[in-house]
Design a binder for this molecule. Structure first.
Ligand SMILES: Cc1cc2nc3c(=O)[nH]c(=O)nc-3n(C[C@H](O)[C@H](O)[C@H](O)COP(=O)(O)OP(=O)(O)OC[C@H]3O[C@@H](n4cnc5c(N)ncnc54)[C@H](O)[C@@H]3O)c2cc1C
Length: 565
């Protein structure tokens, strides 16, 4: 078979461009063996499909059913914040306050606290980016202040172990038990938390429930989706693996809520009371270690302001100003026609129920799923938000997709070429394909690129370069400010034709057409690839020749995919 990638010696000449940063590229080639010494295999993944292994979400829900609430000897209630760093429309927090008010009737000295737990090993294992962690810590600071206004202290605990231990370990369970009992002076307590749907996190919560000390009552709630996983099944009771019929069901589920509530989806608002006695706020002290920060170019260190208030006003502004133009502008590379809310949503500073409610108000009506193609801009915006739910549902239904295995198990047979030099050039935006380079440089320098940009570069990596999509997925996680494992895996699966409701394998993005459509005047490209600003005749030679011939590499991809599937 003809190899379409240009020779490596030529490639070497471009390896230290101005945008290159010191980087250990090998970390993207496979799951981190320190944390996952025995990664799941195809056989293991199939056990979930043939039901010989129970899905973690089902185990968690079964264990939950067995929990009964008892206020006996309880004097402390804690809400454990994870990716839900907000007060407004936070179901777990809302429930915790409901329980606290019941408890107060029985024990007027009862206390309500909030907790957040830092485990750097989790961040390493999940390849969280410096951008995202910095954003999370800012969100936490803002939350701490808002909680203090309600007289609820926030405790930030740090789980440190010398050996690599993620939070689904026995060690963590023991640590958690000790910290909690310390807080309640050895008495019983109730802990609320919102469910995180990634497999590691589900197994962590399962362990906590299974090994629970009788004194600790844990209560988990669905919160991060508009419609909780498990509620939408086909007429035959099976899980949807195609978005459009799932979305129709999602829309009618959400619309039906109008019958029982004034809102499309019920928003949980807590009362702005003083829940405990006054206390002196001592802001938590934690600095993000260099190993996470180092991936962010220092000169460009800039994050948007992070608070619930900012997120809500960004949403309102978007709906007022850009919402009606979303259909035309969302894909344009230089316009910023999308909401820019993903980092707020990923860290839970903003709830997607609020996003959907406000969007529906903005278009004065219900959500429509019929004639999807003709939908208005705001209706389409809602549909994009629903994709996030869809991928979360899928992660619960096919848990191995959160363990480094594609939804389509047959695609494990694809013979990826996995050229490390080509991968490196893709990462740093030096492929010689202007649209790809501009996007990849923007990602490296800002931590954010829009959905079209993600699709273009993911298609190019997995198809034109024939590099295992998981290498790219990990690079994205390590660099995105909004890195979210279900949306990221879902997006990569879609573009590489290995995931759920994916593009057919023969759809290979044509980079020239993408440029003409989404950056017609090359404004975006020239912004990020300054080498191309001058007219061709005056350009110096420091911009690389294309890494691949687009037509040849497309044909090669089709051949490889066809022969493997
Ligand atoms: C290869 C690839 C990787 C991706 N990785 C991530 C990721 O790590 N984290 C992430 O939040 N999104 C990811 N997405 C989805 C999407 O690209 C981003 O959510 C979107 O670009 C964020 O910008 P925005 O908030 O301005 O989007 P808007 O267009 O304003 O959309 C509003 C919200 O809807 C949700 N949303 C929109 N499009 C999608 C989609 N296709 N799939 C799932 N949710 C969507 C997001 O929560 C987003 O904030 C990925 C998509 C692809 C193709």
């Amino acid at each position: 078979m003809k190899r379409a990638i240009t020779s490596s010696s030529k490639v070497g000449a471009y390896k230290r461009s101005k945008l290159d940063i010191e980087h250990d590229f090998e970390q993207y080639y496979s799951v981190n063996k320190n944390y996952y010494p025995n990664p799941i295999t195809r056989k293991g993944a199939n056990q979930f499909n043939n039901k010989s292994r129970t899905k973690p979400i089902e185990i968690l829900e079964e264990l939950q059913k067995k929990q009964e609430t008892s206020f006996e000897d309880v004097s402390t209630l804690v809400h454990w914040f994870r990716n839900d760093l907000r007060l407004y429309d936070n179901i777990g927090l809302f429930k915790s306050i409901e329980l606290f008010q019941q408890l107060k009737v029985k024990n007027e000295n009862a206390k309500l606290y909030a907790v957040y737990i830092i485990n750097e090993h989790d961040w390493r294992a999940h390849m969280d980016s410096g951008w995202k962690l910095k954003f999370t810590l800012e969100a936490l600071k803002s939350l701490e202040k808002s909680l203090a206004e309600l007289h609820i202290p926030l405790f930030v605990w740090e789980f440190y172990t010398t050996e690599g231990t993620i939070s689904n370990s026995k060690k963590f369970v023991e640590y958690f038990r000790e910290k909690c009992l310390n807080l309640s002076s050895g008495k019983s307590m109730i802990i609320t938390a919102n469910i995180e749907y990634q497999t590691d996190e589900l197994y962590r919560d399962i362990r906590l429930l299974e090994r629970e000390d009788q004194r600790l009552q844990l209560k988990f709630y669905h919160d991060s989706c508009v419609v909780a996983p498990g509620l939408l099944t086909t007429g035959k009771g099976t899980n949807y693996s195609v978005f459009t019929p799932w979305y129709k069901k999602w829309v009618s589920y959400v619309n039906n809520h109008r019958k029982t509530s004034s809102e499309i989806c019920h928003i949980h608002k807590i009362e702005p009371l003083k829940y405990n006695k006054v206390f002196k706020l001592q802001p938590f002290q934690y600095s993000l270690p260099d190993e996470f920060v180092q991936y962010i170019p220092k000169s460009k260190w800039h994050l948007p302001e992070v608070s619930e208030k900012v997120a809500l006003s960004k949403l309102n502004d978007f709906l007022k100003i850009k919402g009606s133009k979303y259909n035309n502008e969302k894909d344009m590379l230089f316009l910023g026609g999308t909401s820019g809310l993903s980092s707020y949503i990923t860290t839970g500073v903003l709830s997607t129920r609020v996003v959907v409610n406000k969007s529906v108000q903005a278009c004065n009506g219900q959500i429509i799923s019929k004639g999807l193609k003709d939908n208005t801009s705001t209706q389409n915006f809602i549909k994009e938000v629903a994709w996030r739910d869809f991928y979360r549902h899928c992660m619960c239904n096919w848990p191995y997709t959160s363990m480094g295995i594609p939804y389509r198990l047959d695609t494990l047979d694809i013979k990826w070429e996995n050229d490390p030099v080509a991968f490196r050039r893709w990462c740093i935006g030096n492929t010689g394909i202007p649209i790809v380079d501009a996007i990849m440089r923007k990602l490296l320098y800002t931590g954010y690129i829009n959905n079209r940009s993600r699709m273009i570069t993911a298609s190019f990596l997995s198809k034109n370069l024939l590099i295992d999509w998981r290498w790219g997925e990990r690079w994205f996680m390590k660099h995105l400010v909004d890195g979210d494992s279900s949306s990221n895996t879902g997006g990569w699966g879609f573009c590489s034709s290995t995931g759920i409701d994916a593009q057919p394998y023969f759809r290979v993005f044509n980079m020239d057409i993408q440029t003409k459509k989404y950056d017609p005047e090359m404004k975006f490209i020239k912004e990020w690839v300054p080498e191309l600003r001058l007219p061709e005749s005056q350009r110096s030679t420091n911009y690389p020749e294309p890494l691949v011939d687009l037509k040849q590499s497309r044909d090669r991809a089709l051949e490889v995919y066809r022969s493997s599937l």
